[in-house]
Write a protein of this length. Sequence first.
Lengths: 72, 649
Amino acid sequence: MKKKYKLEDLDCANCAAKMEEAINKIDGVNEASVSFLTEKLIIDAEDDKFEAVLEEAQKIITKVHSSTRIIK
Amino acid sequence: MDRLNEKQRNKLFVSIIIPIVLYIGCLLMEHVKVSDIPWMISWLQESNDSVMDTYPVFWFAPLFAAGMDVYIEACINIKHGNFLDEKFLMMIATLGAFYCREYSEAVAVMIFYQIGEFFQSYAVGKSRNAISELMSIAPDFANREIADGKYESIDPDDIEVGDILAVFAGEKIPVDAIVIEGEGYLNTSALTGESMPLTVKAGDEVISGCINGDTLLKIQAVKTYENSTVSQILELVENAANKKSKTERFITRFAKYYTPIVVGCAVVLAVVPSIIFGNWVEWILRACTFLVISCPCALVISVPLAFFGGIGAASKIGALIKGANYLEMMANLDVLVSDKTGTLTSGEFKVTTVDAVEGNTCDDVLKFAAAIEKVSTHPIAKAIVSACDNPVMESMISDVVNVPGKGMIGDVGFSKIIAGNAALLSENGVIIPEDVVATKNTIVYVAKNGKYIGSIEVADEPKLDAKSALENIRKEGVSKVVMLTGDSEEAAAKAAGELGITNFRAELLPQDKVKYVEGLLAMIQGEKKFLAYIGDGINDAPVLARSDIGIAMGSLGSDAAIEAADIVIMDDKLDKIASLIGIARKTIGISKTNIIFALAVKIICLILGALGIANMWVAVFADVGVAIICILNSMRMLLNNKETKNVEG
């Protein structure tokens, strides 16, 4: 399943790159991309793991830049 | 400085303006003696030194005013284990400078840093706005018909398939629909970049995003807003920014290796000289300066931004690019392969000559053929039908059969008529006389009751602008232009001659086209050259997929084209390709300039920083200043095209 989310408060391009790399490593993720310019997160992951992946992704994102949120 | 949002305005005031005021206050206080201020003496100790020298603690006021949000965020990030944060470094650098009694310098640098961050965020915000403005083709409302012939204004999202909508003069078509009432013209410039009006009447399909001319049109929705052309285009362009170019991926990989190396150097810089010379505070400061200089923000922001601008610029001229990587490839386009019919030629056939054997008139030949071709939608059939001035009565025609790829057979009156290619006639036992010569065009042979009675020659013309467009494409550095077609050798040769193309292959089946393209690809293998194929998207899907860049033209965004191609050109103007190559080159040029500039400045400053020659001012410039310059350069991609559009009106 491939889903697109808007990211709130993503100010730093470096952070976007770090987030993208870390999210791609989550178990169950086929492909993820974070675009600093469009402020969008696109995740392509296995259907049954999707919820868990999304939670993990938010954790990673907060770790890199504390105020960034995934808008569901 | 237009439209700062609230967050930005707050930041401007709190982190920049107030600190500047306080800073100036402190500077003044450096020249004012404590003894000069009577009310101070009463609660401070008597002194002949300046206020600031006696109470350097006052310097904390502007420092914290400017740096508070930086320090807070630095601490939060440390809590999450993120030590390499720029803000943490700035915190150490400024507090360290304070410790070394360099008060005014620390405050000045922090203010300078905040100014820089502010400009950076402003520039990025402006770029994001510019892109979405380019994309302001989306309709905001629709007029749906309700009882009594009245209309309600609704959100386009709420439109359902089958709804009857009214589009008044000057309004945007909200969804893909069919005109049920009214006649007029549409402005398709939002989608195609062309201001040539498109005439429409009842029964015509119209797509969302087009602006209605002077007359009222009543339309019936065939798609919801979500599935209509405009939404698909917006989606496509947005996704395109996510599909990264090689340059962008290089930057990401570079930053990944670059950061640990720089950190390593910084640690060495902090520790080793301290052990040798002592004075660890100074060396830690230098290491911090070093790290601040090294921040790759400038590259990581400006390169994607340039590509973002390139994609936006392309969509403005009606070319939708599905990924930044395709834009990159277009800049190095070497071979252009094109389909003939409908791409290089108009796709509209016309009857050029009618020939009849003895005993028959040309009129008869045309009449009989037109009668049975009437039911066919093939362009050749249409040409024959429109060329016939006195058609046969409907009631005389019966039992018409279409033989795919070959022609039509049917009855007119009591005669059996066959109209098709040579193969069809011979399969039906008709002998075509030896002296009927094959010419350069497509020929429809006609037989009546088993006997050959004549032939009709049809041709389609090269597009008017095709020749000059191809010349421009060659000027942009494309070394080879090849035409592939399933049409006859003669027709291909004629078109090629008129278009100035020397390389062409005719009578190809789709799989032959793929093979030929593969051959061309093999020739440019390994070099930084690319091959693009232009087709109509429907029949050429395999070839489009196989090429480096598949370009689908025309069909104002048919689903099949959008699906199969990498680049979709909304109208059928070939000169868009030359423009695209230009845009691609400019984008890559800007990216390269940025990369070289940023790296050069940073490396120089890093060396100076390590040697202690560069102070924190240089560091902040090397980080934030360079980032701003690179971002402004990338923004040229967006703004330049805005200007051009205004000039054209």
